[in-house]
Design a binder for this molecule. Structure first.
Ligand code: KIV
Length: 289
């Protein structure tokens, strides 16, 4: 049985398709559909790394990003630099199995695309083939334009990522938001370069709101903000940040849930019931025939 059908059968309570009753069935979001939302109804995007979370987010999201942030969020790495293509393929497969409405985009990890457009194509085509995702994302502006052009011309839709680029943390000396007006023109030039190269959308991370607004006005592809501006064409957050599963809450994160507290309480109650021999109760044990 596929993961998708396992989820559908077992998660009636968490299955928003079943809860929404007469809500019209949504068709799978395509890259042209996504691009057509420029300047329209804001695009809702979240990260997902697993099939179950993907299934939950799929109910309301236009795009699910299998971000390389999974290195930190799922694998406990200190940053994204240790993430491999194998990690991205494995989590990409899980998310594609869990989602049937949203556009699924998989991040290219550090070291898998920078060397040359040809290397980027080899690795990106592997990601597309082995996961079934619909597009890839890569970090970089003007310097990545030739690679974006090469991939886009060969059937791989590319989401670009400019502004604060976590994979460049060592060159930047950490995670630095772009706030100084002296740097605005360079980031706007990055946005225009990735658009001209054929990116279908661009993530704009960690930039002052006025700069994000100028970028959104300067390009005809949808801008997806994170730590940017409400005027971007869409927003993205890391799912675990948003539901309250990560201990650190950066400025740009709004917590919409308190999952860590709920999970701690559940685990503590389970441990207490095991110690007290209150679990399993009679209703959780099999009767002899
Ligand atoms: O890796 C990631 O999760 C990302 C988003 C934060 C945009 O790149």
């Amino acid at each position: 049985m596929s993961t998708q059908s396992t989820i559908s059968k077992k998660s009636a309570i968490t299955d928003p398709d079943q809860m929404s009753g007469d809500a019209p069935k949504r068709k799978r979001m395509t890259v042209p559909d996504f691009m057509a939302r420029k300047g329209g109804d804001p695009l809702v995007c979240l990260t997902s790394y697993t099939a179950h979370v993907a299934h939950i987010c799929d109910a309301v999201c236009d795009l699910l990003l299998v971000g390389d942030s999974l290195g930190m969020v799922i694998h406990g790495m200190p940053n994204t630099l240790g993430v491999t293509l194998e990690h991205m393929v494995m989590h990409g497969q899980a998310v594609v199995r869990g989602a049937d409405k949203a556009l699924v985009v998989v991040d290219m990890p550090f070291g898998s695309f920078e060397e040359s457009p040809e290397v980027a194509f080899r690795n990106a085509s592997r990601v597309v083939k082995e996961t079934g995702c619909h597009a890839i994302k890569l970090e970089g502006g003007t310097e990545m334009a030739p690679t974006i052009r090469y991939l886009a011309a060969r059937g791989i839709p590319v989401m670009a990522h400019i502004g604060l680029m976590p994979q460049a943390m060592n060159t930047a000396g950490g995670y630095k938001a772009v706030r100084d007006e002296a740097h605005y023109e360079a980031v706007i030039a990055d946005a225009k370069a990735v658009e001209a190269a054929g990116a279908f959308s661009v993530v704009v991370e960690g930039v002052a709101a006025p700069l994000a607004d100028r970028i959104t006005a300067a390009v005809t592809i949808p801008t997806i903000g994170i730590g940017a501006s409400a005027k971007c064409d869409g927003q993205i957050l890391v799912f675990e940040d948003m539901v309250g599963l990560m201990p650190r809450v950066p400025t740009f994160v709004k917590r919409y849930g308190t999952m860590e507290e709920m999970m701690r309480a559940a685990v503590a109650q389970y441990a207490a019931e095991v110690h007290a021999r209150n679990f399993p109760g009679p209703e959780h044990t099999y009767k002899a025939k």
